[in-house]
Ligand binder design. Structure first.
Ligand SMILES: Nc1nc2c(c(=O)[nH]1)N(C=O)[C@@H](CNc1ccc(C(=O)N[C@@H](CCC(=O)O)C(=O)O)cc1)CN2
Ligand SMILES: Nc1nc2c(ncn2[C@@H]2O[C@H](COP(=O)(O)OP(=O)(O)OP(=O)(O)O)[C@@H](O)[C@H]2O)c(=O)[nH]1
Ligand SMILES: [K+]
Ligand SMILES: [Mg+2]
Length: 460
């Protein structure tokens, strides 16, 4: 691995949340060779614990070596290698006002030419480069900071504890073992024939299943992190707003028997099976010259585009007709959770032709009949079923590398089936292993590194 960043510089930044401007205490974090010396220049202390590692001591921040103090602080020093970054780290715990903490930072930066402001994510980047954490742990730190719900935070923390790394390394070890078997034979070409292809294919199949399980679970866990949006779409008066109210368990939207009641988009948030969901009620779609309603209908079409998923509702009393067919053509197939035939209470179900029932669930929203079935359908269609309790969150980068590895493994199957040269097998396996190494960062490019850490906030 090339040396990617220069860790010659000592870096400093405000590590606590400062965007809101006030807080009891704010922390300035300093990391690098000059962290202790540069802080000594701006601190006056009489503490007997002063500058000892892993102690907290008391002091004052002084401006220009004068005896004029600008803040009273607590200080902790964590000497290399036993710190977050692995370098010498000093933390100054100032009063939490934005003016004072910025002033202390400014004085520190001007105290020593080798101290500079940290780039976004640079502390975590140093922790990574010094081998304190792998890439997945670094990414999990950022995920935890940005988590919007407790479940997402829980998954992020499990990543910080190394759960992603463990899963990936486990799969990697399986592949390394397979590679060893193969390479042993590539070296002694005459022994080709005794290679147990059946056993190899069986082992690789197991590895593929492990990867597929991770990918399947990741989909669900990414919904936990990002949530999903479901739009209720259909003609007027079919019961969209009634359904929104049923799911919300309160009267969020106006329901009347007047077609065109809902004009604007109405959204509610709920959690089903741990998944944060946004349910979106829209204006019923029909030909109309009424100006406000037309704007509402335009928004309905926009929601078809913007939402992750759609439930298409029609009235069983009216039947699924040409207009419904026309609207449903606007909905991408993969987004359609189900067609929902509503107002079951008004008809005799035996009279519905079986063609109409395909991909359709029947409900009486008014009588609260069929809600469970609808929720089960949502869970199934959106892939929200818990496959196995795998407590990790995989981001796009992890998934792309896992998929690449999976396709390497599929290629090795082909190589064997088509009796292609044996060394192709080992090339492909090596490639698969390399794709896994990219996830944890053992295989690294400068671009990848910049890409990941630039998404962090300053001070992390
Ligand atoms: N004040 C403060 N709080 C913080 C952090 C920090 O940097 N400073 N953290 C930063 O994100 C998180 C905690 N994570 C940390 C992870 C490792 C080490 C650390 O010093 N590791 C050393 C020593 C371990 C030990 O003493 O057993 C090591 O790994 O060698 C510190 C914090 C959250 N809270
Ligand atoms: N019989 C019966 N009536 C229902 C059912 N669900 C809704 N309704 C009635 O159908 C009418 C229209 O319901 P809404 O929920 O306003 O329909 P909508 O699709 O939101 O209508 P717009 O906002 O005008 O597009 C109301 O009078 C509801 O009480 C049902 O399951 N059975
Ligand atoms: K209505
Ligand atoms: Mg409505």
């Amino acid at each position: 691995m090339d040396s990617i960043v220069t860790t010659e510089d000592t870096i400093a930044a405000i590590a606590s949340a400062i965007s809101i401007g006030k807080g009891g205490v704010a922390i300035i974090r300093v990391s690098g060779k000059d962290s202790i010396n540069s802080c000594k220049k701006i601190v006056q202390t009489k503490s007997k614990y002063a500058w000892e590692s892993h102690r907290v001591f008391h002091g004052f921040i002084q401006e220009n070596k004068q005896n004029k103090f600008i803040d009273e602080v607590l200080i902790s020093v964590m000497k290399s290698p036993n710190s977050f970054t692995g370098e010498d780290v000093v933390e100054l715990h100032c009063h939490g006002g934005i003016i004072i903490v910025n002033k202390v930072l400014k004085i520190l930066l001007s105290s020593n030419s080798r101290v500079r402001l940290a780039n976004p994510g640079e502390f975590s980047q140093r922790a990574f480069l010094n081998g304190k954490i792998d890439l997945t742990q670094a990414e999990s730190i950022n995920q935890l900071i940005n988590a919007s719900n407790t479940r997402s935070a829980e998954l992020a923390f499990s990543g910080i504890q190394g759960e992603i790394k463990k899963k990936i390394n486990d799969i990697k070890n399986d592949l390394i073992n397979q590679l060893c078997e193969i390479e042993a034979r590539v070296d002694f070409e005459e022994d080709f024939t005794d290679f147990d292809y059946t056993k190899y294919l069986k082992n690789i199949k197991k590895v593929k299943e492990k990867i597929e399980l991770l990918i399947e679970n990741a989909k669900r866990n990414s919904y936990i992190h990002n949530g999903i949006s479901i739009a209720l779409i259909g003609k007027t008066n079919v019961g969209k707003s009634s359904l929104l109210n049923l799911l919300a368990k309160k009267e969020k939207a106006i329901v009347t028997n007047i077609p065109g009641t809902t004009r604007d988009v109405i959204e509610i948030n709920l959690t089903i099976n741990d998944i944060p969901m946004k349910i979106i009620d829209t204006a019923g779609i029909r030909e109309t010259s009424e100006q406000i309603e037309r704007i509402g209908i335009k928004k309905s079409f926009r929601k078809i585009k913007e939402s992750d998923f759609i439930i298409y509702i029609y009235s069983l009393e009216e039947g699924f007709n040409e207009e419904d067919k026309k609207i449903i053509q606007e909905i991408p197939k993969e987004k359609l959770i189900t067609i929902l035939g509503n107002k079951k209470d008004l008809i005799d179900c035996k009279n519905i032709n079986s063609n109409e029932l395909k991909n359709t669930i029947l409900m009486s929203i008014k009588n609260n009949d069929g809600e469970r079935l609808l929720i089960d359908t949502i869970i199934k269609k959106c892939g929200l079923k818990q496959v196995e309790n795998i407590n990790i969150f995989l981001n796009e980068r992890h998934l792309a590398n896992l998929s690449a590895c999976l396709s390497n493994l599929n290629d090795t199957d082909e190589i064997i089936k088509n009796k292609l040269p044996f060394d192709l097998l080992s090339i492909e396996l090596r490639d698969g292993i390399q794709n896994l190494s990219k996830i944890t960062g053992q295989e690294l490019t400068e671009e990848l590194l910049d890409n990941i850490f630039s998404k962090f906030c300053i001070g992390k």
